[in-house]
Design a protein around this ligand. Structure first.
Ligand code: SF4
Ligand code: SF4
Length: 370
């Protein structure tokens, strides 16, 4: 398939650069590889792509870097993309914890996975620069039994503005279809829905006014670190003991949470054994007229959404639920609120003040947080 198009180059380097921001498990690595292939094999450009990640476990941050340029110049820059022309954000909770938008300019095209409208997303996440597209990728992926990365691939190719849908479909067939032929139909549907969703939108032009930026907000979205080599604890020890209420693992979840149905629970403790993050809160209590440790449910601020607990629960007291359906859960509260208020017991999760107590005790330990 050949066609005429102009690569929109705005930088002196002559490169068109894309960066994907995600967590392990959402498939940004594969999506980045496919965008690299799209450049080299379909658009006939010089192209490279690579990903950077830590321990490769689900839930940890992943970046994928893609660089394209025309065939008449060499592509010798292999460093991470720091000023992207296009930014694909696979998980909106990352915006709370990482300075993803620090290098965005008014030319940057941002494709954000969120259920919010572009206007609401710009305001919520203080996105003051760039051209913003929003897509409910998880919702589409669930409806089509596809993966989020294929929906995002469709969205990203549509937002580029010069890649025809047929080309994106061919890319999907050649990559996913060869490896997983049974999944190609669902993934093609996901890709098409992502493409069409973005094709219908005009980009939302972000500005400080639309982002509701006030003087106490850092418009560069840069992280500030309270510890450096001058004031780090002796030996580099992290004095935050285990899980604390100040944690916020919402960026590690892929959109699902374990929902606790207390009436079905037999307090067997299997979930507690299976959970890698000590999320379940057991307190002394009475079950079937006997004293025992009673499961109060998960403290969601520590839960990374791996759903192992759902797998092991013998009575279906833990079931998979969509996180967006439970917006009132403590994990969606800013940490400062967690520290200053007491939450009442919730039907499907533990009282965050249980772990809040350990946090406040910890604060009194020499060398503790804050
Ligand atoms: S999903 Fe279950 S096992 Fe996984 S971190 Fe959350 S509570 Fe623990
Ligand atoms: S595994 Fe299920 S039944 Fe057992 S303690 Fe956990 S939630 Fe309750």
């Amino acid at each position: 398939m050949s066609f005429d198009f102009t690569l929109p180059i705005t930088k002196e380097s002559g490169y068109f650069e894309i960066r994907l921001e995600s967590i392990g498990g959402l498939g940004a690595n594969l999506c980045g590889k496919m965008l690299g292939e799209l450049g080299a094999l379909y658009l006939k450009l010089n192209a490279l792509s690579f990903s950077s990640y830590g321990s490769e476990k689900r839930g940890s941050p992943v970046k994928s870097h893609i660089r394209w340029c025309s065939m008449d110049r060499f592509l010798r820059l292999c460093s991470p993309v720091v000023d992207p022309d296009m930014l694909g954000i696979f998980h909106e909770a990352l915006l709370k914890n990482y300075p993803l938008l620090a290098d965005a300019t008014e030319h940057t095209c941002i494709v954000l996975h969120t259920n919010l409208s572009p206007e609401a997303a710009a305001k919520t996440y203080h996105i003051s620069r760039g051209k913003l597209f929003c897509i409910p990728a998880l919702e589409i992926a669930m409806a089509e039994k596809s993966r989020i990365n294929m929906v995002m691939l469709g969205a990203l190719t549509a937002a580029l503005g010069f890649v025809p849908l047929e080309m994106a479909e061919q890319l999907c067939k050649n990559t996913v279809g060869k490896k997983y032929p049974k999944l190609i139909k669902a993934n093609l549907n996901g890709l098409r829905r992502g493409y069409e969703h973005i094709s219908r939108q005009a980009p939302f032009i972000c500005s400080p006014e639309a982002a509701a930026i006030s003087s106490d907000i850092n418009t560069d979205n840069k992280q500030t670190f309270t510890w450096g080599y001058k004031n780090a604890p002796i030996g580099g020890v992290n004095p935050r003991i285990g899980s604390t209420v100040s944690n916020d693992l919402s960026a590690s979840r892929e959109g699902y949470i374990p929902l606790f149905i207390k009436d079905r629970c037999i307090n067997c403790g299997l979930c507690d054994s299976a959970c890698p993050d000590f999320v379940f809160q057991f307190l002394p209590g009475i079950y079937k007229d006997r004293n025992c440790m009673v499961n109060m449910g998960p403290d969601y601020s520590h839960c990374k959404g791996c759903l192992r607990c759902v797998e092991v629960c013998p009575t279906n007291a833990l079931v998979t639920a969509l996180e967006k359906d439970y917006p009132d859960k403590p994990y969606n509260q800013p940490n400062k609120d967690l520290l200053t208020s007491q939450f009442s017991y919730t039907e499907h999760g533990a009282d965050a003040s249980i772990t809040g107590e350990s946090y406040f005790t910890e604060k009194q330990v020499g060398g503790g947080v804050l």
